[in-house]
Write a protein that binds this ligand. Structure first.
Ligand SMILES: NC(=O)c1ccc[n+]([C@@H]2O[C@H](COP(=O)([O-])OP(=O)(O)OC[C@H]3O[C@@H](n4cnc5c(N)ncnc54)[C@H](OP(=O)(O)O)[C@@H]3O)[C@@H](O)[C@H]2O)c1
Length: 240
């Protein structure tokens, strides 16, 4: 047993919960830390897992979580599985006339600023002498080059901003942590509350456990040369 720990942010989400379930018995980690605004349903802390409160819109909660994480071990895997596509009164915009400043701001706060602040607090805790991976879940629709359909202005733009923030962090991180990897990942279309209103569009739909398996396999296959990239659920690079 090592003191390496794995951190999953978005523990109450469809993909985040599946990641935590998949990591529960992974002997490479002495501890699984779950971050979310509220305690996940049926969650109890034990010798191998701890839940910590973390609100992406409240930097003090992220700083406090980082302090607790530093006391538990060395985070060699961090997956940020938080995100926002729709909320009551805030559907993805189909046209420019639907743009709303408050909704755009909220999408940027949750999808770009929040994960970047988690990187700010947790990347310095990565080990300098061995491999580590920090991954934030992005979305293929955040690719500028891949945008042929249009629509979903705020979600697309906030994920594009996330990709830039994490790529920029990867460049800085490599100077002090040459074995550290810092990436964004598209998990595919996954059956969760986030995708539920848009299901049935003909795209392949993964279950959360299947998506978690894909994500963990991609992370295991990444090395320092891959840092700063944007990858799909199958590990293939996605154009910016
Ligand atoms: N599902 C898909 O088809 C799909 C496709 C492409 C990309 N993705 C990306 O994959 C990631 C996970 O998505 P999912 O499908 O698992 O979505 P989900 O089931 O809706 O989960 C979203 C998670 O984000 C958390 N969150 C939202 N706002 C937060 C805040 N202010 N502070 C802390 N946590 C906050 C939610 O917490 P609460 O429970 O507190 O609300 C929840 O844990 C997202 O980045 C999403 O954009 C998903």
């Amino acid at each position: 047993m090592t003191e390496d720990i794995v951190v999953v942010a978005g523990a109450t989400g469809g993909i985040g919960a599946a990641l935590i379930a998949a990591l529960r018995d992974d002997a490479r980690y002495s501890h699984v830390v779950a971050l979310s605004r509220r305690r996940p349903d049926r969650w109890t802390d034990d010798a191998r897992r701890t839940w910590l409160p973390a609100d992406l819109l409240d930097d003090a909660t992220l700083a406090a979580a980082a302090r607790r994480i530093a006391g538990l071990g060395t985070p060699t895997r961090v997956v940020v599985a938080t995100g926002l596509l729709h909320a009551p009164g805030a559907a993805p915009e189909k046209a420019l006339r639907a743009l709303d400043a408050a909704t755009l701001t909220r999408l940027f706060e949750v999808n770009a600023t929040g994960p970047a602040l988690i990187a700010r607090h947790l990347l310095p805790l990565a080990p300098r002498d061995r491999a580590s991976v920090f991954a934030a879940l992005s979305a293929r629709v955040g690719s500028l080059g891949d945008n042929a359909l249009g629509g979903w202005y705020g979600y697309r733009a906030s994920k594009a901003a996330l990709n830039m923030l994490i790529r920029t962090a990867a460049i800085e991180h490599r100077r002090t942590h040459p074995l550290g990897v810092c990436v964004t990942l598209h998990p595919g279309t996954v059956a969760t509350p986030l995708s539920q209103p848009f299901a049935g569009s003909g795209r392949e739909l993964f279950t959360p456990p299947t998506a978690a398996g894909h994500i963990l396999r991609v992370l295991d296959g990444l090395g320092p040369a891959d840092s700063g990239g944007f990858y799909g659920w199958d590990g293939a690079p996605i154009p910016w």
